[in-house]
Design a protein around this ligand. Structure first.
Ligand code: FES
Ligand code: FES
Length: 174
């Protein structure tokens, strides 16, 4: 039997604290009970089935779990689900529409910026945040913008070219 201590806080019969949170993900409000130590990447993948967000190092080093939190790129392995209460989260599933890919996704495909694809969701969300705050970045600014995202396959050049192309810039010289 569980005991409800308040409307938003509960200790279940396993002795684990759980909290009632409402998190807006890709424009939809989700209300769930979560453990105090549930990290956002696990909430997205295991509770909401949004498996486009990838678990990698789970230590904040690789960037594969990057999502946008109120428009800013964050490592969702380092953020608790309870900390996301009331925030707007965008995952890779929220970047495209049912009809069209986002221009970044199109350019990643066009420029060969995806190989195994494990880094791609996080990379695209970091790039999206970059282009929102800086619509015409330089090559170096793109490098800086994705510096928290590790890719083990592509060598980065095609990723940077794809992001520059998505910003409408000529990339033939790079
Ligand atoms: S899984 Fe989050 S930074 Fe690596
Ligand atoms: S495409 Fe494989 S890790 Fe980036």
């Amino acid at each position: 039997m569980s005991s409800m201590l308040s409307e938003k806080f509960l200790i279940d019969n396993d002795g684990i604290q759980r909290f009632l949170v409402t998190i807006n993900v890709n424009g939809i409000d989700y209300t769930r009970m979560v453990k105090a130590n549930t990290v956002l990447v696990n909430f997205l993948r295991d509770e909401l089935d949004l498996t486009g967000t990838k678990r990698g190092c789970e230590m904040g080093d690789c960037g594969s779990c990057t999502v946008l939190v109120d428009g800013k790129p964050m490592n969702s392995c380092l953020m608790l689900a309870v900390e996301a209460e009331g925030k707007q989260i965008i995952t890779i599933e929220g970047v495209s529409t049912s009809e069209n890919l986002d221009v970044l996704q199109e350019k990643f495909l066009e420029y060969g910026a995806i190989q195994c694809g494990y880094c791609s969701a996080g990379m695209i969300l970091s790039a999206k945040a970059l282009l929102t705050r800086n619509p015409h970045p330089t090559y170096e600014e793109v490098q800086e913008g994705i510096s928290g995202n590790i890719c083990r396959c592509t060598g980065y050049v095609n990723i940077i070219r794809a992001i520059l192309a998505a910003s409408g810039q000529e990339v033939e010289n790079y």
